[in-house]
Design a protein around this ligand. Structure first.
Ligand SMILES: CC(C)(COP(=O)([O-])OP(=O)([O-])OC[C@H]1O[C@@H](n2cnc3c(N)ncnc32)[C@H](O)[C@@H]1OP(=O)([O-])[O-])[C@@H](O)C(=O)NCCC(=O)NCCSC(=O)C[C@@](C)(O)CC(=O)[O-]
Length: 302
């Protein structure tokens, strides 16, 4: 498989990045963040999550955020929808894509969405049908594809099994997620190649957290086997509420810096992403978790 010359970067900072923040972030700040990211050129931004506010309080403003953002034609604004209640919220908020999120680990499925993998697929079936009826794009996400904080090892076969089930539900894209950032490059290639036997490689994406500092290497390794869609988070925001110790997604600024150096097209303006990263980091009162973002900001400051 040829090394991609062009990649799609899905910006997940406004959802995955912010969902774990303890202090409530106002809808206005989230809206400004999404608008800055739209202006930077992303064609897919994960902006909201229609989950129980008791489970993830930070996402309770999702309706306001979706209503307040300035949408650009052609940009897909995605929202997480674990069940029909979530789907109804996303539909009312005019999400362009809904995300059903399961896991390759039974233990994580229980902790994250309070049901087994098989039960989750049944819940997702209704969401998938509704999404198709309303012509809304459907994405599936598979947590713990490289390891689980509760059960440890996760086999490529377990990932492939969930990929097959999500494919049967009609997903347009499927994310292979390293929730706790334990994957390493050869492992990533093995899992991606196995997943690609079940679902077209062009519609698979890599969602890497950088907990063990492997995310950029893992992205490069996934590109070597032909994966061309990746998730990242501005300023390296994030951490999963149900994966203790998990740090943020790989930082978007770092990914873009690497892609620019490789001459791989992204369509995204790195300088504007650095600005967005500095904006949200300032708001959160801490430094961005992005080597490239902080280096560029420091260079600009002289
Ligand atoms: C899935 C549920 C809802 C099941 O939770 P449950 O308790 O089993 O659900 P339930 O159907 O029994 O409902 C219980 C209560 O929740 C309400 N409820 C039920 N559904 C909704 C909804 N959609 N929106 C708002 N409220 C909802 C429902 O109305 C009821 O309210 P009550 O009567 O007690 O007042 C719950 O477990 C949940 O919300 N979990 C959140 C999980 C989550 O958001 N995790 C983080 C995102 S996943 C992630 O970050 C990983 C990813 C995608 O990034 C990839 C990776 O890196 O791994």
């Amino acid at each position: 498989m040829a090394f991609p010359t062009k990649v799609k970067i899905v910006e997940v900072g406004p959802r995955d990045g912010l969902q774990n923040e303890k202090e409530t972030i106002s809808a206005e700040v989230k809206i400004e963040l999404v608008d800055r990211l739209t202006d930077a050129g992303f064609i897919n931004i994960e902006a909201a999550s229609f989950v129980s506010p008791k489970w993830v309080p930070q996402m309770a403003t999702s309706t306001e955020v979706m209503a307040g953002i300035t949408r650009k034609a052609g940009v897909i604004y995605s929202a997480l929808t674990p069940n029909m209640k979530g789907f109804e919220g996303a539909l009312a908020a005019k999400a362009d894509e809904v995300v059903i999120f399961g896991a390759a680990s039974e233990a994580f499925s229980q902790k994250n969405i309070n049901c087994s993998i098989a039960e989750s697929i049944e819940r997702f079936r209704d969401v998938a049908q509704a999404a198709k009826q309303h012509n809304i794009r459907l994405r599936g996400s598979i947590s713990c594809s490289f390891g689980c904080p509760y059960q440890g090892e996760v086999s490529p076969e377990s990932v492939a099994d969930v990929v097959r089930r999500l494919k049967d539900l009609g997903c347009d894209e499927i994310d292979i997620a390293d929730t706790i950032g334990v994957g390493t490059p050869r492992h990533v290639q093995k899992v991606m190649e196995r997943a690609a036997k079940e679902f077209p490689l062009a519609q698979l994406s890599g969602h890497f957290h950088d907990t063990y500092g492997q995310a950029l290497a893992n992205i490069y390794a996934a590109m070597e086997v032909g994966v061309s869609t990746f998730h990242s988070s501005v300023a390296g925001l994030g951490g999963c509420p149900y994966a203790k110790g998990a740090t943020g997604n790989v930082s978007t600024e770092d990914v873009l810096y690497m892609m620019n150096g490789l001459g791989v097209e992204t369509g995204i303006d790195l300088d504007k992403v650095v600005d967005a990263g500095q904006f949200i980091s300032k708001h959160l009162g801490r430094k961005a978790v992005s080597r490239a973002g902080n280096a560029i900001a420091a260079k600009r400051a002289g």
